[in-house]
Design a binder for this molecule. Structure first.
Ligand SMILES: NC(=O)c1ccc[n+]([C@@H]2O[C@H](COP(=O)([O-])OP(=O)(O)OC[C@H]3O[C@@H](n4cnc5c(N)ncnc54)[C@H](O)[C@@H]3O)[C@@H](O)[C@H]2O)c1
Length: 425
């Protein structure tokens, strides 16, 4: 079964996860990248990655090829699936992209092939949903003709420290041989830094709980922030003191957006409910984190004390230094403040203005110092450029007696200019 060095790999879905992985694998194997988005493929063929994860030089130097035609991935021996797994309006798993990818794979699978899923799912999706879907589309038998694997992805968009090459990769296979075959392949990317999980469901569960645990921990500090606000304490000051204890977990309060932490716990909750277990901790964490934009809007409104006020929102992306606008909670915050009667200008040096307009109907201001001084500046995202702000920069953007709402604690070290008020989360 082991095919060793003559593997050919196809990566299905070339987004934040699929593209860096495919490029890393292409240093050791022939790799074809397949995506349903024609515009994404056209950009990648021109060596342009709008997600900012890889640069043009890397794309040009790579041997990997890009295609939107399923026929071009027919000769692969290993298929790696990295398509989106979002939730629908009711926060239930939306398996549409996975279903479509399985239908595509069903048309190209051959005996001996392996299909590895990297998309975040709940335990059971790979073997009980994707396997049968590909069987139906291929007329092959899963576990006899073709085989399954699951290898969760752990990278964070924009994180230059924990890149795909530098993190332990969990792999799992339908059989020990498949797991070994995958350990060999992924080992080329991670310098052998591989953990072979007991089985596929274990690997699926490990991924989804990593993110659910993060969500719950952030919910705890968000709840702490609500309590600190009532006492009149700065949450960041409290956390700075508490984290001097060796086993205190250093989480910080804030908005939880994006496609992972704010989404994956719903996958686990959905599974739990389908099995008759009400996931109380997981869902109360979600409720608190989902409620943060409303809580923050109320605090800003209260501290402003005047409606309408002009507010300058700094940062729209879901996290720092990336253009990723998926599930932006700043957009929710803007909505709340606008509904309260305020006028909100939004600035973000990383986001694509067209996407901001399309996704949220927001016009991004291109040049910060062309925006007239506002009654309130909200530091919503810790973009590098914002962290470098001085008291003078902030002072120039805010009116007399204005308010600086520092949601990320990024300006805690700055002594505000006279007359400028500060509110920290
Ligand atoms: N981005 C992250 O940091 C991260 C981290 C860990 C896990 N994940 C998980 O990895 C998966 C992918 O996330 P992402 O952030 O890379 O998503 P993404 O939206 O950036 O990219 C997904 C790509 O898949 C393509 N696609 C959609 N349906 C397809 C289909 N049927 N066939 C081929 N291509 C298709 C899209 O056009 C897009 O280019 C998700 O399950 C996500 O939860 C993401």
């Amino acid at each position: 079964m082991a095919k060793g060095a003559n593997e050919k790999i196809a990566v299905i879905g070339l987004g934040y996860v699929g593209l860096p992985l495919a490029l890393a694998l292409a240093r050791s194997y022939p790799v074809t990248g397949f995506d349903v988005s024609k515009s994404r493929i056209a950009e990648l063929q021109r060596a342009v990655d709008r997600s900012g994860e890889v640069d043009t030089a890397m794309l040009r130097a790579s041997t990997m090829t890009f295609t939107d035609a399923a026929a071009d991935i027919r000769d692969a021996s290993v298929y790696i699936v990295t398509v989106p797994t979002p939730v629908d309006e009711e926060n239930k798993p939306d398996l549409g992209a996975l279903t479509a990818a399985c239908a595509t794979l069903g048309r190209v699978l051959k005996k001996g092939d392996v299909v590895v899923f990297e998309s975040t799912v709940y335990p059971g999706i790979t073997e009980d949903f994707c396997g049968p879907a590909m069987e139906a589309a291929s007329n092959l038998i899963c576990g006899e003709d073709f085989f399954l694997g699951y290898s969760p992805e752990r990278i964070n968009p924009g994180d230059r420290e924990y890149t795909v090459e530098r993190i332990t990769k969990v792999v799992s296979g339908q059989t020990p041989d498949v797991a070994q075959r995958l350990a060999t392949i992924y080992g080329h990317v991670t310098n052998g830094n591989i953990f072979v999980a007991k089985d596929i469901k274990t690997a699926e569960a490990a991924k989804v709980i990593e993110n659910a645990q993060r969500d719950i921990n952030i919910a705890f500090v968000n709840e702490l922030a609500m309590i600190c606000n009532k006492i009149g304490l700065s949450t960041h000051d409290v956390l700075a003191a508490a984290k001097t204890k060796w086993n205190f977990l250093p989480f910080t309060p804030g908005l939880v957006g994006g496609h992972c932490i704010g989404v994956d716990p719903y996958y686990l909750a959905h599974l739990a409910r389908s099995l008759g277990h009400e996931p109380e901790v997981i869902l109360s964490g979600r409720r608190i984190n989902e409620g943060m934009s409303g809580f923050i809007a109320e605090q800003i409104n209260k501290h402003l004390g005047r409606t309408p006020s002009r507010i300058l929102m700094l940062g729209l992306t879901f996290t720092e230094n990336v253009p990723d606008l998926r599930n932006s909670k700043t957009a929710d915050l803007v909505r709340h403040l606008t509904a309260m009667g305020h006028h909100v200008d939004v600035h973000d040096p990383c986001a694509d203005p067209d996407e901001a307009q399309k996704e949220y109907g927001l016009n991004l201001h291109p040049v910060l110092n062309e925006i007239a001084p506002a009654d309130c500046i909200v530091g919503a995202v810790r973009h590098e450029a914002y962290c470098e702000f001085t008291a003078e920069v902030l002072g120039a953007q805010v009116t007399d007696n204005g308010l600086i709402a520092d949601l990320k604690g990024m300006w805690r070290h700055i002594e505000m200019p006279p007359g400028v008020r500060r509110w920290n989360l």
